[in-house]
Design a binder for this molecule. Structure first.
Ligand SMILES: Nc1nc2c(ncn2[C@@H]2O[C@H](COP(=O)(O)OP(=O)(O)OP(=O)(O)O)[C@@H](O)[C@H]2O)c(=O)[nH]1
Length: 235
């Protein structure tokens, strides 16, 4: 058991090529909406949602990163402090499938081995698939990752992805707590504390031992502006 007044906050980064549905997935999960419009993410954005996992309140902070390489320098800074990761590719985009390993490496370089899932999005477009089932499953096996086929459009398997990551994270946290009790007995009584105010938090360690960085999402969008701090609680 974690301490009762403890708040668990998990920083989750959602990565993958452009247009695979990362922003849509986060919007769907946090706001319950889906839009057909494509608005390229410039840099980074985030939304959050609270859920209950095994009677523990968990705050998921979902970081939406741009899929285009031109933004790599910006996005990789935001991987730091991440405690879970969603790797997304699209059913109709073979390049996005081929790029999965390199996305994983980019995240691993910054944060090491964190709970990660592989998601094949847009399975509502299975008739137009350019990736065989065996290929996708083979990739998951090679990378030793839990694999979900999802459709953000049809709201298929989106909740499951984040529930799995939260459970996996808490499971690791409990293991870690059992091994190193001092990790949890901090004065701030929070785990995975993030500063979302824009103030720099230096020399602070997150629960996975990595430095916690100041989280300041880029508000810029190519078309409409969306509120990067918009949060929701769909409990
Ligand atoms: N058919 C279908 N379309 C989807 C699905 N998920 C997302 N889309 C569409 O795919 C397009 C790209 O979605 P985004 O969520 O903007 O993609 P992204 O990965 O965030 O793109 P970048 O910001 O460029 O990295 C949009 O037109 C979405 O409406 C899905 O499950 N099925």
């Amino acid at each position: 058991m974690l301490e009762e007044d403890m708040e668990v906050a998990i920083k989750v980064v959602v990565v993958g090529n452009g247009a695979v549905g990362k922003s849509s997935m986060i919007q769907r999960y946090c706001k319950g909406v889906f839009t057909k419009d494509y608005k390229k993410t410039i840099g980074v954005d985030f939304l959050e949602r609270q859920i209950i996992v095994n009677d523990e309140e968990v705050r998921l902070m979902l970081w939406d990163t741009a899929g285009q390489e031109e933004f790599d320098a910006i996005t990789k800074a935001y991987y730091r402090g991440a405690q879970a990761c969603v790797l997304v590719f699209s059913t109709t985009d073979r390049e996005s499938y081929q790029a999965v390993s390199s996305w994983r490496e980019k995240v691993e370089v910054e944060v090491g081995d964190i709970p990660t899932v592989l998601v094949q999005n847009k399975i509502d477009l299975l008739d137009d698939t350019v990736i065989k089932n065996e290929e996708a499953e083979g990739l998951a096996k090679r990378l030793k990752l839990r694999f979900y086929r999802a459709s953000v459009k049809e709201d298929l398997n989106v909740n499951e992805v984040f529930k799995y990551l939260a459970e996996k994270y808490i499971q690791r946290l409990k293991q870690q707590t059992a091994e190193e009790p001092e990790v949890v007995h901090t004065t701030s009584n929070k785990i995975g504390v993030f500063n979302t105010t824009g103030t720099n938090v230096s020399n602070q360690s997150s629960s996975n031992g990595h430095e916690v960085i100041s989280l300041r999402p880029n508000k810029q969008r190519t078309k409409k502006t969306k509120n990067p701090f918009g949060s929701c609680s769909l409990l």
